[in-house]
Design a protein around this ligand. Structure first.
Ligand code: NAD
Ligand code: 89V
Length: 344
């Protein structure tokens, strides 16, 4: 089987996980890296023995010799980099948040569609082993037809030491973390027609909101709650676990802290350990996220080779990104926001 050659742009905090995962992915390897910070370029180049190094993405694309690009920079550069990739007809993976605005995200999808190149957003949380286990239980009919759900991420973990920029933006938890939780809600319960949200800032040392409570009306008629907080101190820190509650026509499902999945239906109750694997390069508590990075990157390669759509294609992710913008709009205005109108 031919091995795809990839380039990674943005050698920062999270890219280390992506580089480790690329080493484990079957059917692809990273042959070039790019970062405008010479120190990061050197650190990652030496750690992963990558000889082709660039400080300017335009030079990387001009030199060519790559089958795809993995964009791991922060959001400010996503549109520009995806558009250069489209111009050079190079399939692209783009980290979340997809873009600064929904209008930018739509333009990026259009640029790739017009160029005929695949675009996938690195929205990895739906690829976490416990979330896949929830999806499987639903698909197996374990609780019948769901009518209510809750997707909850409440933590007091210090994310700012690894990612200091998170303390500086006007927007914080919905854009950075809630985006994952909203994507999980869509993945499990389907697309959303309306969003109502309330936000708060509890930590006085950051600029944006660190608590959000979001009510989703799904197109199927199901109601769900997405609640996220980085201001919640608990006896056992749950970071980075997403807890799930689903009630259905034939039973209920609970994904509890500690990666325990309980299903109750007419057959009784079952309890399963759905812990993620601790990959050789991973470390707790991040191993859940790290395993999902490997899973989404393997999915990228497999689908690219088959010429098939990606689960979190640019087009798919517009529907998650629209929920982020709608949540901010609802929190600012106090009103419920219609999603179909936003996506038009
Ligand atoms: P970071 O600031 O540590 O790293 C970004 C790197 O990109 C920096 O080294 C910077 O110099 C480089 N860069 C920026 N613009 C560039 C450009 N135009 N050309 C070349 N290099 C450029 O950021 P991070 O914490 O690694 O986050 C990166 C992205 O990953 C963010 O969008 C963040 O939201 C996302 N992230 C995702 C997850 C996840 O689980 N999916 C987890 C953490 C972070
Ligand atoms: O996934 C992310 O984007 C991270 C974290 C999990 C820490 O919120 O920023």
């Amino acid at each position: 089987m031919t091995e795809l050659k990839g380039a990674l742009i943005g050698c920062g905090f999270f890219a280390i996980n992506q580089m480790h995962a690329w080493n484990d992915v079957e059917g692809a390897r990273i042959v070039a890296i790019c970062d405008r910070d010479p120190e990061r370029l050197k650190v990652v180049g030496e750690q992963f023995a990558i000889a082709r190094r660039y400080s300017d993405a335009a030079e990387l694309f001009a030199d060519g010799g790559i089958d795809f690009v993995d964009i791991a920079t922060t959001v400010q550069s996503h549109r520009e980099l995806v558009e250069i990739a489209a111009k050079h007809k190079v399939p692209a993976i783009c980290q979340k948040p997809f873009a600064k605005t929904l209008a930018d995200a739509k333009a990026m999808v259009e640029a790739c569609r017009d160029a005929g190149v695949p675009l996938m957003v690195h929205e990895n949380f739906r690829w976490q082993a416990p979330i896949q286990a929830v999806r499987k239980a639903l698909d197996d009919g374990a609780i019948g037809t769901p009518f209510w759900g809750r997707f909850s991420f409440r933590s007091g973990y210090d994310v700012f030491s690894g990612q200091p920029y998170l303390a500086e933006g006007e927007r914080f938890i919905i854009e950075d973390l809630g985006i994952h939780t909203l994507d999980i809600a869509r993945y499990i319960l389907g697309d959303v027609s309306a969003v109502t949200a309330r936000t708060k800032r509890v930590n006085p040392r950051i600029k944006g909101e660190d608590v959000a409570t979001i009510l989703l009306d799904h197109e199927s008629g199901v109601t769900s709650v997405v609640d996220v907080s980085y201001a919640t101190k608990l006896p056992t820190e749950p970071f980075p676990e997403t807890l799930v509650e689903l009630d259905g026509s034939d039973g209920s499902l609970r994904l509890f802290q500690g990666y325990r999945l309980e299903v109750t239906n007419s057959l009784g109750s079952t309890s399963a350990d759905v812990s993620p694997k601790l990959l050789s390069w991973a470390s707790r508590p991040w191993h859940n996220v790290q395993e999902s990075v490997h899973a989404i990157q393997q999915h990228w390669v497999d689908q690219l080779k088959r010429g098939a759509k990606h689960s979190t294609s640019g087009e798919d992710n517009l529907k998650t990104f629209a929920l982020v913008e709608a949540a901010y709009e609802s929190a600012a205005t106090g009103r419920t926001v219609d999603i179909e109108a936003a996506l038009r």
